[in-house]
Design a protein around this ligand. Structure first.
Ligand SMILES: NC(=O)c1ccc[n+]([C@@H]2O[C@H](COP(=O)([O-])OP(=O)(O)OC[C@H]3O[C@@H](n4cnc5c(N)ncnc54)[C@H](O)[C@@H]3O)[C@@H](O)[C@H]2O)c1
Length: 411
């Protein structure tokens, strides 16, 4: 009988097989995780970390701050509020923060988000969920370090169904969360949108932050585009008048697992059509182009921006490559073919008439994020698409998509 290698031996072999960079990154990640765990355990042993539940004692505060000063900055454990936490971007951000040992207060009114997206953390001691509409004021007991304000929708479908709610969430919701930041002395990051540039003009493509926009108050996307503009202006007003530390991320099209199915965006529609063997429905002649950033790249960017000292205004986050709709059907087909294997059936394309106010192109210039944060996208579109299709296929197999679609119908 051959001798089985033990776990340590296998682990060492795997490390050996990694390239130098991958090994260094892996070791760094492990070290950082150990530091977090260690810090968490020490703070808990001191009884000082439960900001929410424990009354502040001066000795405890002193111990906590001395201890935190001693730690290297990357391992500082924080209490972070995430609004829109049950949505696509929000739930990935929650995963990122929780996995690094931070404490998260998740806020959502579940207008478009799903409980399922937060299931991993529901019973975790570092996680608390408030079902709350950000259009109403909110008070949170205890210290808060950062607020990521993501509540709101980027979907055209939602803009057509309830534009007033989108606008009030952008204005009243952002103001309430800025008030929270002001009261807690927390740093605030707004998830704004490329919609703030309005209709992209061909000679301003790619769009950089110094393009002031071509916006329309009276169109199908106006509630979202103008809403994000007013939200950005509110951030500026609170920074100037109330000294709140604000950061503004202008997010371009992002895709990945947990994208909402019923929100009319091209990626979930194409993936489901391809998985179900239905025709791709391409709106227009197929030449409309989109840049597509994978979700993990966006999360890295949001976290980097939040931690940075940059206060010069909005910053773009997106993939600096454009694909037309026909190319996107090909990328989706390639990923579905890999996932389905022998069961794959090719899908045809049906062309539908173009829609009014649909931008023909959308492409970011991310030089500012590169210069200020050293940020750039890392995930290749084929790899991101494969992970997204795998998620959709798993959801479909478990019949969860059916439940989610039913939940969408009830809304
Ligand atoms: N995903 C993208 O490609 C993209 C592009 C540009 C901007 N953004 C911005 O990023 C943020 C997150 O987008 P997403 O794609 O995750 O959308 P999403 O619809 O998946 O998530 C939004 C979340 O906000 C919650 N929400 C909405 N209104 C609320 C309110 N009044 N009070 C409390 N919660 C509320 C919803 O229930 C949902 O969970 C949005 O602000 C969006 O405008 C996203």
């Amino acid at each position: 009988m051959s001798k089985q290698p033990n776990v340590a031996q296998l682990f060492n072999e795997q490390l050996e097989q990694m390239g130098f960079d991958a090994r260094a990154e892996y070791m760094q990640r492990q070290f950082s995780n150990v530091m977090h765990e260690l810090q968490g355990s020490i703070l808990e042993a001191l009884g000082v970390y439960d900001f929410g539940e424990n009354p502040d004692g001066s000795l405890k505060e002193h111990l906590k701050s001395s201890y935190e000063d001693w730690l290297p900055p990357y391992s500082r454990r924080m209490r972070v509020v995430v609004t829109g936490a049950a949505g696509f971007v929000g739930s990935h951000l929650v995963d990122f923060l929780m996995k690094r040992g931070h404490s998260v207060v998740a806020i959502d009114n579940f207008s478009t988000g799903y409980h399922m997206n937060l299931l991993n953390w529901m019973d975790h001691k570092n996680f608390v969920l408030y079902t709350h509409d950000v259009r109403l004021p909110l008070k949170i007991e205890g210290a808060v370090d950062q607020i990521f304000h993501l509540a709101g929708s980027a979907s055209l479908q939602d803009c057509m169904i309830d534009p007033t709610s989108i606008l009030t969430t952008c204005f009243q919701g952002t103001m309430n969360m800025l008030e929270l930041a002001r009261n807690c002395n927390a740093r605030f990051l707004l998830a704004s949108s490329c919609g703030a540039y309005g209709f992209p003009l061909w000679h301003r493509n790619p769009q950089s932050e110094n393009f002031l926009g071509s916006v329309k108050t009276f169109g199908r996307r106006a509630c979202h585009d103008e809403g994000k503009r007013v939200a950005e202006s509110l951030c500026y007003a609170y920074a100037k008048q109330h000294k709140v530390e604000v950061r503004i991320a202008r997010i371009f099209n992002t895709f990945g697992p947990r994208m909402r199915i019923g929100d009319g965006r091209v990626i979930p529609i194409f993936i489901l059509q391809c998985l179900r063997g239905e025709c791709f429905t391409v709106i227009g002649d197929g030449n409309t182009s989109r840049s597509l950033m994978y979700i993990s790249d966006l999360i890295d960017g949001l976290v980097e921006l939040m931690l940075s000292d940059y206060t010069g205004g909005p910053m773009n986050f997106g993939k600096e490559e454009e694909y037309n709709l026909i190319e996107i059907t090909e990328i989706v087909t390639k990923a579905v073919r890999k996932v389905r294997g022998d069961k794959f059936r090719p899908t045809k394309i049906t062309f539908l008439p173009s829609r009014k106010d649909d931008p023909m192109m959308r492409n970011p210039d991310c030089a500012l994020a590169r210069e200020q944060l050293g940020w750039s996208t890392k995930v290749d579109i084929d790899q991101g698409m494969l992970e997204t299709v795998e998620w959709f296929a798993a959801m479909e197999k478990e019949n969860w998509l059916y439940d989610v679609e039913k939940e969408d119908d009830r809304r």
